[in-house]
Design a protein. Sequence first.
Length: 549
Amino acid sequence: MLKKVISALLIIVVISQEEEPFKLPSLNGNAFFADPFANHDGIGSIWGLSSSSKGDGSKFDGRWAIEGNSANPKDLGLVAKDKARHHAISAKLNKKVEFTDLNDAQKQFVVQYEVKYQDTMECGGSYLKLVAEADEEFSSDTFNDKTLYSIMFGPDKCGLESRIHFIVNYKNPITGSVDEKHAKASSDFKEIFSDQKSHLITLVVDSDSSFEIFVDQKSVNKGSLLTDMSPAINPPSEIDDPTDSKPADWDDKEKIPDPMATKPEDWDEDAPKFIDDEDAVKPEDWLDDEPEHVADPEAVKPEDWDDEEDGEWEAPIVENPKCEAGNCGTWVRPQKPNPDYKGKWAPPLIDNPNYSGVWSPKQIPNPEFFEDKTPFASLMPITAVGIEMWTMTKDIMFDNVILTDSKAVADDWAGESWNKKTLIEKLNSPGDSYLDQFLSYAGENPWIWVLLAAAIILPVILYIFCSGGSPAPADDGAEAKKTDKVTPDDEKDEKAEGEKEDDEDMPELEETELEGEEGEEEVEEEAVEEEKEEEKEEAPVKRRTRKAD
């Protein structure tokens, strides 16, 4: 019961923050591209399918669809429908990303999207390719695996290996060649491929060339374009001389066999490594003649067995229960290490008197050397976003894709979409109890306590305010006197009434004091009856007082 109450209450909290049960995220700031996958007129309104082929001739025959999320059918996403197929789809940006325009201390580049593996991910990718500006205008129709990208970002998994790609295509300013630069591997995110929940994948690249990768708003990798890419963006200032070679008389063996050493006369190279243990004794319970396997004594011939058609029935063979300790069959003496074993003789090693050291070619200035101190500004401009992947998992959902120049904008976007979606998914997931899931989620998102408190306490405050105050205690004379207004005449009447009652009580009490223990019990019973009579007499007084007020 408790988990149902918590579930319903939290869903009400989420819904109460919106005018409708489902509301699209609103964009609060600049974005080069932002798509919550709503108001689409099918695939073609924003995203376009590729009719191109891969370099090996394979067709991009994977189907795409815009469908509802399992947590909310109204929350649409882009779904790769097929497994064991190549998928390719892309969309132009609203405006081109020019990294030179973002090159100041306050600017950054952020790409963020949601991915949900509705089936457990076996092998395949789910990354975005941010298409680089080219001489020809971009077309979704020709988008393929050879299309030049500026940044590739997102999860990839096959077997036990998984990672989040962050790859930059960097153009050498000296040669004009373009090379891939890979960030070090990310970690602590493997569960996203199997829990069938929506996950938020975020890349932030700052104008100081630092970067950070987040999964579900938790950092899983950080570094710098200057120091944490492989191969490095800036080449070495010196390189090996390609014309240099190791001299013929160069001796790079640090140790050599001692030429003066000889094999000792008592060295027996033929001695066996193991010998029979002559001290071993056959156990007394050893069963030499007992077979290791016997016919199953508990087996019964089937009733429908026909000897003429099926042949003579034989019980299946099982391990002999008498041999469970391995004490059946011919006993063989165990072996032990041979104390006289030495193996093949070899002369000991000594320092090489002719050792020349480790050879390496001499260094020369690198003719292609350059130093880019601000590689962020050198990233190739982006004109489109695409998904080009092969996968062995069907129904991979992408949602709420955004490219912006501010992580705050991306966080606001997620706050109106992924934050609420993942809460509902956690509450509806099997396994842990709703209470466990709520406490886990609240630990990661403390703001939920504020919403929960508001959902519970605010209605109570509104009820008290609208009802004009808290209800009076039931039939309490003392409290009524405190809260009701009393006129001077009423006070005199009540005082006189009280003095009269005191006078009436005194004689009865004096009489009962002269009696024994039995008399005391009668006094208590009479006192109870008198209290009831007093309440009846006081009731008109209270009514008169309220009427006077």
